[in-house]
Structure formats: structure tokens, C-alpha cells
Design a protein around this ligand. Sequence first.
Ligand code: PMP
Length: 397
Amino acid sequence: MFQNVKYYPGDPILGLMEQYKQDSRSQKVNLGVGVYYDDTGHVPVLECVKTVESQMVEKHLPHEYLPMEGFPGYRQACQKLLFGSEHEAIKTNRIATIASLGGSGALRIGAEFIHQWFPQAKTYVSDPTWGNHISIFEGAGIEVHKYPYYDPETIGIKFTELKQFFLQLEAGSIILLHPCCHNPTGIDPTHQQWDEILDIIQQKQLIPFMDIAYQGFGDDIDTDTYAIRKAVDMGLCIYVSNSFSKNLSMYGERVGGLSIVCPTAEEARLVQSQLKFTIRRLYSNPPAYGGNVVDRVMNNSQLFQQWEQEVYIMRDRIRAMRSRLYEVLQAKIPERDFSYFIKQRGMFSFTGLSPQQVNRLKKEFGVYLVENGRMCMAGLNTSNIEYVANAMAEVLK
Ligand code: PMP
């Protein structure tokens, strides 16, 4: 009966992690998956999260159903983080926001909405992008294409090509953008480049879909939203998907949000109702545990401040690893410029390593990177950085 079912070979990054787990060498390093590990190599439980978890256990909260769109406090917290607490769009109720199953869930609900209400719209993603962007949008029935982004020559952005590409797109096309900490390259547009991109988007009536999964890991929590807030200030209608997986270290609790900024409160009411309908049909309502944690951390000023500090500890540790990697590689191979490691932002770096070099790192040194040369900086720590830097220097020679 099921003999014609096609086998799904799994996600390449998660497959790499399986290989890593099975590697019996004691000196092995996991720089594949996009997870923040602390200096001891563990996924941290943030102190602000521990505090609210203790409160929740003590109270024995009942396991009730949540509203389809999630807790009101959770949704307000998403809006404040993304747009700034005093934003006119929040005060005039122009933003439809729902809690989602992580950033992935937000992308999918957004894609479902686009497919239903704008069935002709094609979506454009950066070349390269996080692989699941393409799968999620295609899975919702949307045609996906790529726009020029990464330039291997300069280890920067193909900015002229990108602008030219956007200039010839049809009005109403959806442009998936990473407001900060681009995955997989770690290369973000400057503020001036964002201004230029958004001008073209406005001029050509394109629709930005901003996916922010690393808020706080680039500059800081507010500055990382530069492109989002600028777009809203320009009067653009935008989609924003956000994730608390990384910045609250709540990966498995599936906490994210989708916000759609509309021209009027009445349109936001209609949009909100359709987002709820989509949720109702797919999974009815979101999980309460993570929702409760987010609500309680984000809406308590003391815990919020503590959270900010904890995000910056993660950000600064990654920056320190970038600097050390740069120092060792630059000293070992002075004729090559490794400054891109310190210019790139967030959890990932495009290392410039070829698939063959990535393979050598895995085979000879037990250092696991994604085949396209993406490296998760947060897998480095004071115990393994010298080993990794030396191994990289070896395969680069
Ligand atoms: N967007 C980007 C750019 C990501 O890197 C990720 C996570 N790898 C997500 C969305 C999805 O995050 P989540 O785990 O919260 O679904």
C-alpha cells in the first residue's frame, strides 16, 4: 500500500549531527547545527528562565488550552521587541500578531496566509539562505526563487546585483530578508544598504518578509531591528517572523511569533482573524509551557533586564571566539585576509572553505561544519578553539 511513498532522506544539517554523534574520537567538535553552546559546551538554561520556571512549578499552573493566537502578553512582548514599545503602529492596532511554533511555525503560517490571499505572489530568498526557508514556502504551495546575495570573491554581498534584481521584480513579490545575523553567511547589509534596499522595495511595491531568528546576537536587541523598524516607519506593509529559540535558549519549547503590519486597524483585525483560522485548522492552539515562560520573562521589567544581559553574554562570547579564530589563522597564514571572521555577525560564518576542505576537517580532525562552509561560531569554546583554528589552518595551507 505504501510502496510508492518516497523516502525523505532527512535534513542535511541534522544528518551531519547524527554523524557527529557516532564519531568515536574523543577530540571532535560540532560546528554544524545552529545552537548556542556555552563555554563548557552545554546549551544554557538562562537565569531569567530558571526564575520563572521555579515560579511555574510552585504554582502548579493548570494545563489549559491557550487562545489560538497565544497569550496576549506574549503577543504584546513580540510587538514591543520588534517594533519598539512606543511605536505608532502598535498604538493604533495596525499589527496582527500570533504566537507560533518557533520561527519555523511563524514562517509557515505566514506562507499559508500569502498562498491563500495572494496566490500569484512568488517569494524570493537570498542565495544562499537557511535551507528550510525554501522548504517551508514551497510546502505551503508558493513558488520560490533566489536573489543574488553572497559574493565568494569578496566574502561580502553582491549588492549591485541584488539591487538590479529587485528592480526588475513584479509588484507584490515577497522578499524574504534576514534583518540581522544572516544565516548561513553571517554577512548583513549596512544601515545605508538597508535604506537603499527598502527604497527599492517601496518604489517597486515589493513586500518584505523579515525573518529574525537571532535578535540580540548582532549589535543589540534594538539595533538588530533596524530594517524592520525602518520599513514600518516608511509606511510599508511587512511580515515579520521572530524566534525565541536562540535568544531565550528555548529551542525545544517552540516559541516564536508572526506579525503582519497592516495599513489600518480594520485590516489588521481581518488579517488576525485569518491567522487564527489557519492555526485552528493546523494545530488549534500553541503549547502553553514556552508561552508562559516568554510571557513572564518579557513582561517583568527586572527579568527582562536580566534577559537582555544574558543575551549579551552569549553575543560577547561568540565575538570573543571570532577574534581568537581570526588571530590564530592570521598569524599562521599571514598572506590571506581573515578579517571577515570578525566582520561577520551572529552565530554563523561562511568560512570560505571548499566542500573538500570541509570534508578533510571532518575526516582528519573530527571538526564538523556544514558542507557549504558554514560554521556555527557558538560551538567554539576556550577548550577547543586552538584545536579548531590549527585544523583549519592545516586544511587551508
Ligand atoms: N529562521 C532562521 C534564519 C533560522 O536560522 C532559524 C533556525 N535555524 C529559524 C528561522 C527557525 O527557528 P526555530 O527553531 O525557532 O523554528
